[in-house]
Design a protein around this ligand. Structure first.
Ligand code: C2E
Ligand code: MG
Ligand code: MG
Ligand code: MG
Length: 274
């Protein structure tokens, strides 16, 4: 009797695994088709300077518009795309598209592009960046590459050589989601970052601790000569708070949601001085 139950349980579990594997397989097939079907899109979120209130840049954020699933968030498909190696061609498309779009803007503001740790480890990364810059004609100084701690876990020498090669091209490097991983302080010392993006969790926290952390990171940035951006600001109270805490820039729903490329271009037209 016990054996029958055990077997029944096992079968049930097996069936569930099958369903999950099938869903994953279907997702994989769909991601593979996404580029060919032109289902990928970039939206752009403004980055605002806290002293001048001017839009000084945009972050390109990936969206997948799938016929069956609707708009799929990057959090839901990038991990699988990384696992099956597709993040490399997708990331290449993101770089090219973002650089081309930014090159057409009426103001020379910066464009931030997220790099997956898998892309960062890929031998063709430098080639891909150089090629996106060359074909778009974008000034390399306008391109900011955002990396997370996951990219820095490798051998320090290799990480440094990639970062230095990128900086030699003239692009800037931002540390994204700062404070959410491990050993962040040692990374600031080891690696040449141009910007620290303070993670949303601290910005929206509004506890004594999260306020102390934002203030400390802003101070750290100021003394190390690294610009700081507060991510995920949703209210005027949060905006005033991070202003007082000494961050340079803000990016969040309060100052602008991610928007279509045409809307980003219009926003820049509307605020240009001529
Ligand atoms: P991230 O790079 O930290 O991007 C910021 C995320 O916070 C975006 O989510 C943005 O829409 C969201 N956000 C901005 N302001 C606010 C706010 O005020 N409130 C709230 N609740 N959220 C806000 P999104 O677009 O869903 O992207 C999630 C993550 O996916 C990104 O986090 C990034 O790690 C990754 N990602 C997005 N696009 C790409 C890409 O092209 N390549 C790679 N490798 N990763 C990407
Ligand atoms: Mg980012
Ligand atoms: Mg972030
Ligand atoms: Mg994030």
């Amino acid at each position: 009797k016990a054996k029958v139950d055990g077997r029944g349980t096992f079968r049930f579990f097996e069936g569930e695994m099958d369903a999950r594997m099938q869903a994953r397989r279907a997702m994989e097939i769909n991601i593979r088709k996404a580029m060919a079907l032109k289902e990928l899109e970039l939206v752009y979120q403004p980055q605002v300077h806290l002293e001048t209130n001017a839009v000084v840049g945009f972050e390109a954020l990936l969206r997948w518009n799938n016929a069956e699933r609707g708009v799929v968030s990057p959090a839901d498909f990038i991990p699988l795309a990384e696992e099956i190696g597709l993040i490399v061609p997708i990331g290449d498309w993101v770089l090219r598209t973002a650089c081309h779009e930014a090159a057409s803007w009426s103001q020379p503001v910066s464009i931030a592009v997220n790099l997956s740790p898998v892309q960062f480890r890929n031998a063709k990364l430098i080639e891909s960046v150089v090629s996106a810059l060359a074909s778009s004609g974008l000034d390399p100084g306008r391109l900011e590459l955002e990396i997370t701690e996951g990219a820095l876990l490798e051998n320090t020498e290799r990480v440094l050589s990639v970062l230095n090669a990128l900086r030699a091209i003239g692009v800037r490097i931002s540390m994204d989601d700062f404070g959410t991983g491990y050993s962040s302080l040692s990374y600031l010392q080891k690696f040449p970052f141009d910007k620290i993006k303070i993670d949303q969790s601290f910005v929206r926290g509004n506890t004594d601790d999260s306020n102390a952390i934002v203030r400390a990171v802003a101070g750290l940035g100021a003394s190390l000569g690294i610009r700081t951006t507060a991510e995920g600001v949703e209210t005027v109270e949060q905006l005033n708070r991070i202003r007082a805490q000494g961050c340079h820039e803000v990016q969040g729903y309060f100052t602008g949601r991610p928007m279509a490329a045409t809307a980003a271009a219009s926003l820049l037209n509307a605020t240009s001085s001529h």
